[in-house]
Design a protein. Structure first.
Length: 164
């Protein structure tokens, strides 16, 4: 499956980076995303979450599968529980529907591991730039190394004067 175009995938641009296996709770309130998430829940299909920045959207994302719908509010909004599934690269964008869709190519690690620890750890990191780099990486070893470097910078003790 890796490396082959897979058709049009509904896309949800958010200030969020998702990894396979991560549980992502969402509050859906815009009509176009109510439609998109409703269709995915009803059909058992996935949609992609891509990082939205001031410059636009990332070309790398991760699909999510709807695991549960919460109560619908009076305004029609609702909560949904999703789980990250497959990473993808956007090849082209389509704007024929009310929500964005993309022709995507799914990808895995070059040397897939059974249970990527890096995805679990990355889910706990708040730094979106680091998360975007980790999401693109096709190496578990490289992701773990980047996470080690990031964590080391955050816990390196100083001598009280701001120096190591």
């Amino acid at each position: 499956m890796s490396g082959l175009p897979q058709g049009l995938l509904p896309l949800f641009p958010l200030r969020l980076v998702v990894f396979p296996g991560n549980v992502i709770p969402l509050h859906i309130f815009e009509p176009r995303y109510k439609e998109m998430v409703g269709e995915a829940a009803a059909d058992g299909t996935e949609f992609g979450i891509v990082l939205a920045t001031r410059e636009g959207i990332s070309r790398i994302g991760c699909t999510v599968i709807v695991e549960g719908l919460g109560n619908r509010q009076e305004d029609g909004s609702f909560d949904v529980s999703t789980r990250g599934n497959r990473r993808f690269k956007i090849l082209s964008l389509d704007q024929e529907k009310s929500y964005l869709r993309g022709e995507v190519e799914f990808f895995d690690d070059d040397e897939p591991k059974e249970d990527p620890l890096s995805f679990q750890l990355a889910g706990t990191v708040a730094d979106l730039d680091l998360k975007a780099v980790l999401q693109q990486s096709r190496s578990e070893e490289q992701r773990l190394q980047l996470l080690r470097q990031f964590m080391a910078k955050r816990v390196t003790p100083t001598n009280g004067h701001g120096h190591n």
